[in-house]
Ligand binder design. Structure first.
Ligand SMILES: [Zn+2]
Ligand SMILES: [Zn+2]
Length: 345
């Protein structure tokens, strides 16, 4: 089969690989129909994710059709159309029993990281019964792909951890796919204000179309001052960090209101300053989380009910044999206006 393979920092190749087979009793092999590229894949290619070793097939998002299952799989059979979760979960270990699938002792974020991933014609999914979801009738394949990672990530790490509430004020620092997923799902709770902050005018235009009440272009003027001006000088109840950089985390510290929450979503590679000399008395909370995908069934229901339209985040489409062009477009998002790119297998 064809697959996109990581060859160490800066290196990747589209090449032939053996088709994966069922190895464990709980495995399923899925024929991939649609997959996508994540910002995390770019981090891997930069060498930021040492757990991902050269030779690994990349990709942790996608949907497809079950090709074969191990003898222990009871929830799926060949021919079933399925959503692949970015998080694999055994459902039994101490973390899974607490709903913390991201820390599953034999799973977690392993796809396209510690085991071969979805940017291929076929992928092996361990713990298939608790890591795949039946694809509901009537939901488009492309929309499903947005539920592998970015929607549960924006919702769980940003909206739920950030305690977004009716009438509250929210600022989302970073208007990329994850920040926009948080914007879409924050609206379940009818906040009074959702302020999107970015350096890219195109992404702020998209944010406005997707429901932002205000946008702040950090490239033109002081973003902190603009957020404070929009909130009567007090700041926001929820400040989400959706970039993964020290400066944007500190910006959240500067714009959170007394009693508010800083909800970190971003992947951080270096330390960020925490200004406890200002914040110790402000009754704020800071949360961190790796997505658990425990809300995937609920998000699927909102998509089925047309309360959420995740396909609005898709900007580009490529066939699998053009995946290197897709990486190029995705990695030059400022020039190409790319958000999520769909790879059709
Ligand atoms: Zn991802
Ligand atoms: Zn587990």
């Amino acid at each position: 089969m064809k697959a996109l393979v990581y060859h160490g920092p800066g290196g990747k190749a589209f090449e032939n690989r053996p088709k994966p087979e069922v190895e464990g009793l709980g495995d399923a092999v899925v024929r991939v129909l649609k997959t996508t590229i994540c910002g995390t894949d770019l981090h891997i290619l930069k060498g930021d994710v040492p757990s991902c070793e050269p030779g690994r097939v990349l990709g942790h998002e996608g949907m497809g059709v079950v090709d074969s299952v191990g003898a222990g799989v009871s929830g799926f059979k060949p021919g079933d159309r399925v959503l692949i979760s970015c998080i694999s979960a055994c459902g039994k270990c101490r973390y899974c029993r607490r709903g913390m699938y991201s820390h599953c002792e034999t799973g977690g974020w392993i796809l396209g990281n510690r085991i071969d991933g979805t940017q291929a014609e076929y992928v092996r999914i361990p713990h298939a019964d608790t890591s795949l979801y039946p694809a509901p009738e009537g939901v488009q394949d492309e929309a499903l792909v947005m539920l592998s990672d970015i929607l549960p990530t924006g919702f769980e790490c940003g909206v739920l951890n950030g305690k977004v509430a009716p009438g509250s004020s929210v600022a989302i620092v970073g208007s990329g796919p994850i920040g926009l997923a948080a914007l879409l799902t924050a609206q379940f709770y009818s906040p009074a204000q959702v302020i999107m902050i970015d350096l890219d005018a195109n992404r702020l235009d998209v944010a406005q179309r997707l429901g932002a009440t205000h946008v702040v272009d950090a490239a033109t003027g002081n973003a902190v001052e603009q957020v404070l001006a929009l909130t009567d000088g007090v700041g926001v109840d929820t400040a989400m960090e959706a970039v993964g950089a020290p400066a944007t985390f500190v910006m959240c510290e500067d714009i959170v209101a007394p009693g508010g929450v800083i909800a970190n979503i971003g992947v951080h590679g270096v330390k960020a300053d925490l200004h406890l000399e200002r914040l110790w008395s402000q009754n704020i909370s800071i949360t961190t989380r790796l997505v658990d995908t425990v809300t995937t069934p609920m998000l699927l229901k909102t998509v089925c009910a047309h309360r959420l339209d995740p396909a609005r985040l898709i900007t580009h489409r490529f066939s699998l044999d053009r995946i290197e062009e897709a990486y190029d477009a995705f990695s030059r998002a400022a020039a190409t206006s790319a958000l999520k790119v769909i790879i059709e297998v």
